[in-house]
Write a protein of this length. Sequence first.
Length: 606
Amino acid sequence: MCIAFVDTRAQFIVDSLSTRLTQKNLPPEERVTTMALLARAKSITDIKSAMRIAEKALSLSRQLPDARYQALVYTHLVFLHFINEEMPLAHKASDSALWYADKTSDRRIKGFAWFRKGWLQDIQAFDHEAMATYLQALKYLEGTDAYIYQSFVYYNMAGTYAAWDDLVNEKKYALLALQTARQSGDADELASAYQAMATWYHYSYKKQPEKRALLDSALFYNKTGIQLFAEHGDHIIIQSTLGVIALNTADLYEEYFPAKYKDTAWHYLQIALNASLRTRQLSVLSACYAMMSDYEIAKGNYKKAEELLLTGISVFQSYAVDNPRSMAQFMEGLSKLYEKMGNPTAALKYYKQFYSQHQLLYDADKLAITNRLEAQYQSEKKEAALKTLRHTAALNRKLNYLYISLAIASIIALLFIVRFFQLRLKATLHQQKLLENENAAASLHARLKEEEAMRLQAEQQLLKERQERLQKELLAGSLQVEQKNELLQTLQKKIEENKNGGAVLKQINHIIDQDKRIDDTQASYKADFDNIHPEFFEKLKEKSSNTLSRLDLKHCSYISLGLTNKEIAQRLGVAPKSILMARYRIKLKLGLGKEDDLDEYIGRVK
C-alpha cells in the first residue's frame, strides 16, 4: 500500500494566484487581495510560506488609503495563526480586523471580520457567544453578493444547531448554506454545504428510523460531495472535507446496511484513507486504519490486519508528526492482535510501547492544560485591563468636560469682575460654586483610586483561581494509573490461570508486581480526584447546553481515561463500528468543528 502522497489538487489554485502576482501592472488593491487568497491556499500545505505571504500583504495594505484591505488581510491572518497553533495571535488579529473593518463602509469586509470572530469563539466551544456574533455578521452580509462569506456563516450555524439537537434550525441554515454556496459557485463551500445537508438527514433518520428516505437522502448528499471532488477537486482548497464525507458514508453503510454492503463501505473507506493521507488528517487516518483492521480481524485475516496497523504506523512516522494518542492506539491494537495470534512476546513488546506513548500523551496533556490555563489567565487579565482602560477613558472624558466648564466659568467670572465690580456678592457665590465643582473632582479622583484597588483585588482573585485549577488538573493523572492497574490485574489473572506458561509468563508477572508497587504511592491522589471528577461532567453538560445523554457522558469519561474505541465498545456493550458515529455525534453536541480532535478536547476539559 502506498504511504506517500503529494497533494496536487489545490496546487492548481496556488499556481493560478502565483501567476497573477507576476503581472507587473497589477493594481496594489488587487495585489493585496490576491496575496491574501494565496496565503489561505498555501496554509494547508506550507504554513510558513503562507505566513510570509500574509505579512507582505499586510505591509502593502498599510500603504493603501482604504482600511478594508488591512481588515481583509487581518481576517485571513486569524485562520493562519489558528493553523499555526498561535491562538493569542489569532485573537489579536481578529481584534485588528474588526478595528479596521469599522473604518470602512464595505459591508462584505465587515461581515467577514465578524464571521472570523464568531469562528474563533465556535472552535473554543463558546457556541452561544459565537451564534450572537454570526448573527451580527449576517446583518452586514445579507443583501450583498458576498455569497461565499454568507455560506461560511450558514454552515457554521447549522453545525451549532446540530450540536444543540435543534433539527428545525439545523435544516434551515444547512439549506441556506447550500443555496448561497450554489450562488457563489465556490467548490469548497459546496462541499461543506453537502456535508451539512447529509448530517441533517442522518440525524433526522436516527430520530425517525421508519422513514428510510431520510437515510437515502443522507447518502445522496454525501455521494454528491464525493462526486464534486472527483470532478472539481483541483479547484478545492480544503481537501480534508473529502475524508470526512467519505468516512461518514462508510459509517452509514456499516451501521444501517446488511453484510453484503461491506465492500461498498470498504470502497468509501479507501477514499477517506487516500484523502487523509494527502491532507495529513490524522483523526480520519487513524479511524480508517482502525476500521479496516477490524474488518480483517472479523474475517480472521490476522496477517492483513497486522499489515494495515503497521502501515498506519509507517505513515505517521513518515509525517514526522508527534501524535502520541494515535500512536498509542496503533500500539495497543497490535498488542491485542498479537495476543489473539498467540504471540505473547510481540504482544508484550507493543504493550510496552503503548504504555510509553501513553506516558508521552499524559505529559503532553499536562503541558497543554498548563498552557491553556496560562493563556486563559492572560486573556482574562487583558480583558480586565481593557475594561479598566475604557472606564478610565470615560472618566477622563467627563473630567475634560468638567475642566472645559470650569474654564468657561472662570472666563465668565473674570468678565463679571471687570465689568461689574459692584456685584461682589454674586462673585462670591460663584466662587463657592467653583469650590463645589473642585470637591466633585476630588470625589471623582477618590473613586478612581478605589476602582484601581478593586481591579488589583480582582487580578489577585484570578491568580488564586488559576492556581486552584492547575492543582485540580494535575490530580486527574491518577485516572491513568487506575486504568493501567485494571489492565495489569486482568493480565495477572490470565497468568495465574496458566501457571505452566514458563519463564516469559513469570517475567510478565514480575513486571506487573513492579508496576503495582510504583502505583501504590499514587493511591492517595485517587481519592482526592474522586471528589473533583464530577466537575468534568458538569463542564461537558454546560458546553453542550445539557444535550449530552447519560450514555454520551459515559462515553466521554472513557475517552478521558484514554480507552480506545474498541475498549469503549466492549464497556458500553455495542459494536466497535458504531463508536465512530457516537464520537461524531458528541463532537457536534459539543460544538466542535470538523478539524477538531475529540480526544484532545476531552483532555482539555479535564
